[in-house]
Write a protein that binds this ligand. Structure first.
Ligand code: NAP
Length: 350
C-alpha cells in the first residue's frame, strides 16, 4: 500500500475540528501532519489548547502535538481540512490553495463561488470537475472544495434520488436543529433549555441558495442551478447532535408514497460503488415505524454518515411529505469533508 497523505487540520480545537481529528486518527489514506487553531492556541500542546468533548481516545491520540501557525509556510500539507469560522476561512483557505494544497472546507466563505465545488459525493461527484476551472481562473496549483451547510447536506441526501428519478419542482423544509450546529459554547443553556428558537442567522438563506447548486448540472466552468423553488424555515431546539427536517416536496408525475419510499430505499451512488472508507453502506435508511426517525435512536448509526427518512405520506399542499434526520457535525461537517477528500483521492486529484 502507498504511503499515507499528510494533512493539516485548520480549526482543530473546535466542535468540527475535534471530529476531524478523531476520524483522521486511524484513516487508511490520510495522516495528520499539522494541527492549527487561532493565534491564542499557537505553540500550545493540543491537550492544553483544546477542551476535548468527544468519546473515544482523548485528542485522537494527538494530545502532545504542538499547534502550528496559521500560515501556509508553517503548516503546509498537500491536503487541508478546514473547520474555520467564515472570517478566518476567507483569508487562510485561498492562501493554502495558492500554495498548492487541496483545501476541503466546512466554512460558508466560498461555497457559492462560481468555480468552487459544493460537494456531496453521493449527490454531485461530477462537480469536482470545477477544480480545473478554479485552478485556471486563479492560477493556483491547489484548490478549494467545500461541503454545504449541514441542514442543506441532510436535505439533498433525500432530494437527490427523487430529483434524478422524478424531477423536483418545489421544496418546503422546516428544521429542528441541534445546538452543536452553533459551535462551542454556542447557544447559552439558559436560552435553549426547555425552548425553541425560531431564528438561526443566515441559515434559511444558505439552504435556499445551496440546494439548487447542489442539485445543479456541471457545465465545465460553472454549475447550472437546478430549476426549483426552495423555502426553508429553521429552528434551534434543545438537542445535542442531529438535525430533524419536516419536508414537503412537489415531484413531477405525482408519484405515490410507495414509489418515493422504493426510490429512496434502493438508492446507491458513487461512494458506495467505490467503497470509500467513510461512505455509509446505505445512504438513506427508510423507516416503516410511525414514530421514526428519532434523534436518540437513529442519528449515530453508520458513524452518523447516513440519513434517515420516515413517515412518507401524501401532502395536500405539494404532493409528498416526510420526516428527515441527519448528523450535523458528521454527515453535515467533518465526515462530509473527509468523504469529499476520499472521492478526490479516488479520482486522482488528492
Ligand atoms: P467552533 O467550535 O467555534 O471552532 C472554531 C475553530 O476556529 C476553533 O478551532 C478556533 O480556534 C478557530 N479559530 C477561531 N478564530 C480563528 C482565527 N482568527 N484564526 C484561526 N483559527 C480561528 O466552530 P465549529 O462549530 O467547529 O464550526 C467550524 C466551521 O464549520 C464554521 O465555519 C461552521 O459554520 C462550519 N460548520 C459547522 C457545523 C456544525 O454543525 N457545528 C456544520 C457544518 C459546518 P481556538 O480554539 O484557538 O479559538
Amino acid at each position: 500500500m502507498s504511503a499515507k497523505i499528510p494533512v493539516t487540520v485548520l480549526g482543530a480545537t473546535g466542535v468540527v475540528g475535534q471530529r476531524f481529528v478523531r476520524r483522521l486518527a486511524h484513516h487508511p489514506f490520510f495522516v495528520v501532519q499539522h494541527l492549527v487553531a487561532s493565534e491564542r492556541s499557537e505553540g500550545k500542546r493540543y491537550r492544553d489548547a483544546c477542551a476535548w468533548r468527544l468519546d473515544g481516545e482523548p485528542y485522537g491520540g494527538l494530545g502532545d502535538h504542538v499547534l502550528g501557525p496559521g500560515s501556509e509556510e508553517g503548516s503546509f500539507s498537500p491536503v487541508v481540512f478546514s473547520a474555520l469560522d467564515t472570517g478566518p476561512a476567507k483569508e487562510m483557505e485561498p492562501a493554502f490553495a495558492k500554495a498548492g494544497a487541496l483545501v476541503f472546507s466546512n466554512a460558508s466563505a466560498f461555497r457559492m463561488a462560481e468555480t468552487v465545488p459544493l460537494l456531496v459525493p453521493e449527490v454531485n461527484g461530477e462537480h469536482l470537475g470545477l477544480v480545473e476551472a478554479q485552478r485556471r481562473h486563479h492560477g493556483w496549483k491547489g484548490a478549494i472544495v467545500t461541503n454545504p451547510n449541514c441542514t442543506a447536506t441532510v436535505l439533498v441526501m433525500a432530494l437527490a434520488p427523487l430529483h434524478a428519478t422524478f424531477g423536483i419542482e418545489a421544496v418546503m423544509m422546516t428544521s429542528m436543529q441541534a445546538v452543536s450546529g452553533a459551535g462551542y459554547p454556542g447557544v447559552p443553556s439558559l436560552d435553549i433549555l426547555g425552548n425553541v428558537i425560531p431564528f438561526i442567522r443566515n441559515e434559511e438563506e444558505k439552504v435556499e441558495e445551496e440546494t439548487p447548486k447542489l442539485l445543479g448540472r456541471f457545465a465545465q466552468d460553472h454549475i447550472e442551478m437546478a430549476p426549483m423553488v426552495v423555502t426553508a424555515l429553521c429552528h434551534r431546539v434543545p438537542v445535542l447532535e442531529g438535525h430533524t427536517e419536516a419536508v414537503s416536496v412537489r415531484l413531477k408525475g405525482n408519484p405515490s408514497p410507495e414509489e418515493v419510499a422504493k426510490t429512496l430505499r434502493e438508492w446507491r451512488a458513487e461512494p458506495q460503488a467505490l467503497g470509500l472508507p467513510t461512505a455509509p453502506r446505505i445512504p438513506v435508511h427508510v423507516h416503516d415505524l410511525p414514530d421514526r426517525p428519532q434523534v436518540r435512536k437513529d442519528v449515530e448509526g453508520d458513524g452518523g454518515m447516513s440519513v434517515h427518512v420516515g413517515r412518507i405520506r401524501p401532502c395536500p399542499l405539494l404532493g409528498i411529505k416526510f420526516t428527515l434526520l441527519g448528523h450535523n457535525t458528521e454527515r453535515g461537517a467533518a465526515g462530509a469533508s473527509i468523504l469529499n477528500a476520499e472521492l478526490a483521492h479516488a479520482k486522482g486529484l488528492a
